[in-house]
Design a protein around this ligand. Structure first.
Ligand SMILES: [Zn+2]
Length: 244
């Protein structure tokens, strides 16, 4: 391999090594269990909030129904009082009609009373659900805060290392071959990490494999690799280098 190209690759590989370190550190932070815990309790808190809103909406409906029933009972109480007020000069027919109306009104009152009790039961259930949701919501808030603090500690403990790696990479980048770095960045964007891989010797076939995807290189690939010291994998497009 041409000495200048070899040097470029060596610097690029050193950069990649540090880039791997940075990625490992970022992964460690992103995969922090406390983050997953935060997510879990954020959802639990949102669920509780939704339950409370639902309860309040249901309570509103129950209150409306209750008021409606109360109005119905009040309206009919007057009719009931009138019906109970017997008139001595009443004929048997009129009396019978009055009794029938009284009975019908009585059954309507009973059904209204039953509805009132239903509302009371429902209201109790809604209140209990709301109280539970408040309790769950508060607990979730507390757990979320704890997890956030834990995650914050991890982030803080790694902040210096992260900063150091980033600034070192920035410094190293200045010395890299721009064209090579552009190819590197392109492969990173395509999720082909690491972009630079070593040629893996396949002794049986006396050929080379791609150190990234593992595929055998073609005759042409092998020839190029031996000739110029590097080759683009025909399969994954990573840059395969032959360095001693
Ligand atoms: Zn490959």
């Amino acid at each position: 391999m041409d000495e200048k190209i070899k040097q470029s690759f060596k610097m690029m590989i050193a950069y990649q090594k540090k880039d791997i370190e940075l990625r490992k550190l970022n992964n460690l932070i992103e995969r922090d269990e406390a983050l997953a815990v935060m997510n879990k309790y954020r959802h639990a808190f949102d669920d509780a909030k939704r339950a409370i809103a639902e309860c309040e909406q249901q309570a509103g409906v129950l209150l409306d129904t209750f008021a409606e029933l109360q109005r119905y009972i009040e309206d009919n109480e007057t009719a009931l009082a009138e019906l109970e007020n017997t008139d001595s000069g009443e004929s048997e027919e009129e009396l019978e009609r009055r009794v029938k109306r009284l009975e019908s009104l009585k059954s309507k009152f009973q059904s209204a009373d039953k509805k009132m009790h239903d509302i009371q039961d429902k209201a109790k259930a809604v209140c209990n659900r709301r109280a539970d949701a408040i309790k769950t919501g508060n607990a979730a808030k507390q757990k979320f805060a704890e997890a956030r603090e834990k995650h914050g500690k991890l982030v803080n403990s790694k902040a210096d290392e992260l900063k150091r790696l980033k600034s070192e990479l920035e410094e190293m980048r200045k010395a890299l071959d721009p064209k090579l770095f552009a190819e590197y960045a392109k492969l990173v964007d395509e999720n082909k990490f690491p972009p630079i891989v070593r040629a893996v010797a396949d002794d049986k076939k006396n050929m080379f494999n791609c150190g990234g995807c593992g595929l055998n290189l073609s005759q042409k690939g092998n020839a190029s690799l031996n000739d110029q010291g590097w080759f683009r994998c025909e399969n994954c497009h990573r840059i395969i280098v032959l360095l001693d």
